[in-house]
Structure formats: C-alpha cells, structure tokens
Design a binder for this molecule. Sequence first.
Ligand SMILES: Cc1cc2nc3c(=O)[nH]c(=O)nc-3n(C[C@H](O)[C@H](O)[C@H](O)COP(=O)(O)O)c2cc1C
Length: 308
Amino acid sequence: MMWKDWIRPFVRPLPQWSTVAVAPPQQAVTATLRWDGKSADVTADHTVAALMPLVIASSLDAGQRPVLEYRDSATGRLLGVLRLARTASVAAENTSLALYHVAAGEHRCLGWPRRPWNTWLQNRLMLKNRSSQHLTMEPAAVQQLMIAYLCPRPVVLVSVGAPGHQNIFPMDLIGPLQRSGLFSLALRSTNVSMPVMREARRVALSSIPATMKAVVYKLSEHHKQPLPDWNALPFPVRPSREFGIPAVAAALRIQELTIVHSQEVGSHTFFLGRITSDENLAEGAQLHHTAGFHQAYRRRQGMPFTEV
Ligand SMILES: Cc1cc2nc3c(=O)[nH]c(=O)nc-3n(C[C@H](O)[C@H](O)[C@H](O)COP(=O)(O)O)c2cc1C
C-alpha cells in the first residue's frame, strides 16, 4: 500500500452525501421526537421544509424545544441528534403541522478524534467552494442537514404537466407526514415549475430504481428550465392513473399528489398534498441519499448500504 493511500483518510474529508440502493421504505434508521419526558416515533412523520433556514416539519406537536434522535434500528445505537426550536404552525385542510428550526445538532457516526477532524475538513472544503455555488448554506447548517439524512431519503422524479408547461426533475426533500395523512415537498422557490405547481395543484411522483442514478442527476437541470417535449427524455414514460401526467415507465411506484396547500418557508416553497392514486409497479431498490459519515459508520460495522 502506498503511503498516500494510508494518509488519505486523515487529510481528505468524507463525502457529504452517499447515494445508496435501499428497498423502500427504509427501515435501517428510526427517528424519534423527545420532549417533556415523552417520545414518539416520527420515522414516517418528519420532513425537511426548507434549507435556509433549515426547518423540519412534523404533524406531531412536540412542544417548544424537542430533540430529534436518529438510531440504528437493528442495534438501537444513537447515530445523531438535532435540537429543535418550535416556530410556526401550518394549517392545511382540517389539520395543523408543526415547523421547527434546527438549533443545533451532533452525530455519533465517527469516533474521536475523527469526528471533529472530518467536520473541520468538510467545513473548510465548503468554504473554499463557496463562491462557485448558488446555494450557500452555512457549513454548520449543512452538517445539521447531513444528520437529517441519517434516515436515508428516497429520490423521486416529480412530473408536472399543465397546458403550456411540462417538466420532470428530481427531489428528495419529500415524504409522508403520517399522522396528518399529508405528503410534503420542499422545492426551492427559484424552481421554474414552482408557480405552475401552485396553480395546477397536481403532480406525479415516480420512485426511481437505483440503477437510474445517472439519468436522474442529468434531469436536475430541469429545476431551471422546463422540459420542451416528453419525447425528449432518455427513458419511456407512461401516463399516471388519474391525472394522465407522464411518469417514469420503469418506476418502482407512481403516486399522484393533489396539492392542498403551499407556502413559502425561507428559501423553499413547502407543498402539502394528498395521495390521489398509488400504483406499485415493481419490487426493487430505490435510489436514496444518506450522509457520507453514515455510510462510513455502516461500513465499519460491516453492513454498508449498496452504493450506486
Ligand atoms: C437527487 C436530487 C434531488 C434533489 N432534490 C431537491 C429537492 O428536494 N428540492 C429542491 O428544491 N431541489 C432539489 N434538487 C435540485 C437541486 O438542488 C438543483 O440542482 C438546484 O436547485 C439547482 O439550483 P442552483 O444551481 O441554483 O442551486 C435535487 C437534485 C438532485 C440531483
């Protein structure tokens, strides 16, 4: 082994994100809200509502200063915590959701001294690359976001089909808010399709097989420009069941979402919807994102996620 291979982990940070293949719904990590001596499972009841500032949504009202814990489901071991501060409520239909700012966070995926050292290396790299990025979250907020990704987040392609405007682009700031029965999407307000989604109030979500990673990343350009023609896509589409919006033919699952509420939360537009139809088309591993330090932890335990 070259000395450079040996020294690399000490001078180079872990990747912030790891793209992994996971059979949905992920069950590797459990999320729990704790407050005033109470606790509740929110694995399927918390999502990211905005990045700047970093805001978490849940249909559970856990008081003013709850703690969100992420644990390895198999061993119960604590992987990370986010300290939350209750901000606003969102009223949608006949329910209400709680929004929480992330006040602080720490993870336990690496031991000492690798943990602070890796954080320092990651933050230094973020500050160095800053000028070339549009989205300039503070390094501390990105570290907190990585903790929120300890629950691996599934990637979908969102299809928008309205008269005169069509689009399809990837999202992972999505998910169910179980107790309310609502499903949320956090979309940067600069997204070219955001006004159309607020107007048309319907989208189709295609759950993406892990094998389609490259195609999906390529489609992120459609956050900025609409799709000229459904036939221009490098894969076949099929109409969604009720809305007839073109969705991914090879999707594991296609869900139609009727949007019932949308509002700006910081940098993002927070959409809430109800599932109108749900077609399970295939079994298989879905593209997910998790934190790089989570995958490093899993690797050390001898049970890494399949990386794609
Ligand atoms: C896999 C994947 C998931 C994404 N998820 C979201 C999302 O949930 N919300 C969002 O606003 N943008 C999402 N994006 C879009 C990127 O953030 C997008 O490229 C970015 O908004 C580009 O804008 P910028 O260059 O102005 O930062 C995603 C992109 C990829 C590749």
